[in-house]
Design a protein around this ligand. Structure first.
Ligand code: FAD
Length: 447
């Protein structure tokens, strides 16, 4: 029979690692971390591309400069992570039409204001319909510039429509991680505190990589976890940090099955797909400078290669461009070959910068939607969701505790959400362990 540990943590992303660290700091040393892939980090992941480190997943530390200090920002500073301030606010003045002309700033500002007003009205009408009232919803955006701004507003910066807890608590500034060691360097720094490491490598055998959990058996007495390679692990408790997309899929089966309130809540949370496509060029042909860092392409199809960034601020001389797609466009591009995607992106760039620009020499297309250990990029609770859904997604089921960015009440979808959720889940588990111990002691006294 396999040896039994106190806690099994499933997933070695930021939430799983922060949960494990809190347990270790509180004397729970006999833990096991099971990670499906061959690395720690999860959705924090760098890759070498065009001679620099690019972030396929989380790229920004979001929420800096506010009344409270963002713990991830603090940690990044302590670790000496290199970051650059990102000023998105210029993007709306760098909107190209299909003939390569930049919309005059007055037109852009007007369209922007119209889009914000219409988003606010839409929200009001949603709220009204929620309580059985009827308010006429605003008419939907139609022209390419309206569509582009609507896309930017809804898929990137709803802050002007609805207060976002991250901005309210931690501030509205965002910093791009531009460090050769990657955002994931923070996770190694964190792991170093409680796992055995040597020369930048984690050598602790409590971290088990390439262990795909397929089944969790749970009862009043404990949990049994089975992996794809037929290993069996036993513990008193399990912390599950797999993403909301994975929970919605059939990767992990539960015995007995999860109760209905749980599966229903999991089903109610939307999954956002967010794809950063990287393109490498032999030389620059786009305007440089910080105020030109972000630019927008207005096309009659909403979300069609809309949002662009040049990497010259982060990595001067890298000649790398990034374009971000979301949801339907992400899924479409994930399903086609990279050559087709490159062709589409080049057509868009030729619309903006003319026919004589050079072809990209390399392309990188992450596939977060297809990845069976992710099934999307991050959780996206419906704007009018009731708190019960979030409460139920987070709530433990017997000895199974849930963590991850999707369980963060105020900061879901962000790195700091994942980080703080891990801490919170471990604290509730420690509390439960104390109570269990007390119950046992009482029984013994009684006997
Ligand atoms: P994960 O990092 O997904 O960790 C879960 C781990 O569980 C993974 O390592 C996975 O491999 C593992 N796992 C899954 N299933 C199993 C299984 N069956 N058995 C064993 N292991 C399993 N946040 C920001 O703050 N700023 C940003 O700029 C930003 N941009 C983003 C861009 C993209 C493209 C994406 C994808 C995310 C972005 N995010 C951003 C969100 C941020 O990356 C996440 O909120 C955060 O990293 C989630 O951490 P987590 O620990 O909850 O989940």
């Amino acid at each position: 029979s396999p040896s039994r540990s106190s806690v099994i943590i499933i997933g070695a992303g930021i939430s799983g690692l922060s949960a494990a660290k809190v347990l270790a700091e509180n004397g729970i040393e006999d833990l096991v971390i099971l990670e499906a892939t061959d690395r720690i980090g999860g959705r924090i992941r760098k890759e070498k591309f065009g001679g620099v480190s690019v972030e396929l997943g989380a790229g920004w530390i979001v929420g800096v400069g506010g009344k409270e200090s963002n713990p991830v920002w603090e940690f990044a500073n302590q670790s000496g992570l290199r970051t650059c301030f990102s000023d998105y606010s210029n993007a709306r003045y760098n909107i190209y039409d299909r003939s390569g002309k930049i919309f005059p700033s007055g037109v852009a500002a007007d369209s922007y204001k119209k889009a914000v007003d219409s988003a606010i009205m839409k929200l009001r009408s949603l709220e009204a319909s929620h309580v059985g009232e009827v308010i006429e919803p605003p008419c939907s955006p139609k022209t390419p510039i309206e569509l582009a701004i609507d896309f930017i507003l809804h898929d990137f910066e709803m802050a002007e429509v609805e207060p976002i807890s991250t901005f309210v608590d931690f501030g509205e500034r965002e910093f791009l991680v531009a460090d050769e060691r990657g955002y994931e360097y923070l996770l190694y720094k964190m792991a170093e505190d409680f796992l055995f490491t040597s020369e930048g490598k984690i050598l602790d055998n409590r971290l088990k990589l390439n262990k795909v959990v397929r089944e969790i058996q749970h009862s009043r007495n404990g949990v049994i976890v089975k992996t794809e390679d037929d290993c069996v692990y036993e513990a008193n408790y399990v912390i599950l940090s797999a993403s909301i997309g994975v929970l919605q899929s059939d990767l992990i089966s539960f015995r007995p099955p999860l109760p209905r309130w749980k599966t229903e809540a999991i089903g109610k949370c939307d999954v956002m797909v967010y794809t950063k496509i990287f393109l490498k060029f032999p030389y620059k042909f786009w305007p440089c400078g910080a105020e030109k860092e972000f630019f927008i392409y207005a096309h009659e199809r909403r979300g069609y290669y809309t949002f662009w960034q040049h990497m010259e601020t982060a990595y001067p001389g890298s000649n790398v461009l990034v374009v971000t797609l979301t949801n339907g466009e992400s899924k479409r591009v994930e399903a086609q070959s990279d050559e087709e995607t490159l062709k589409e992106a080049m057509e868009v760039l030729r619309d903006m910068f003319g026919p004589n620009i050079p072809n990209a020499t390399d392309i990188l297309v992450p596939r977060w939607w297809k990845n069976r250990f992710q099934r999307g990029s991050y959780s996206n609770y419906p704007i009018i969701s009731n708190n019960q859904v979030l409460h139920d997604i987070k709530a433990p089921v017997g000895r199974i505790f849930f963590t991850g960015e999707h369980t963060s009440e105020r900061f879901n979808g962000y790195v700091h959400g994942g980080y703080l959720s891990g801490i919170e889940t471990s604290k509730s588990l420690l509390e439960e362990m104390r109570e269990e111990k007390e119950r046992k002691n009482e029984n013994q006294t009684f006997l």
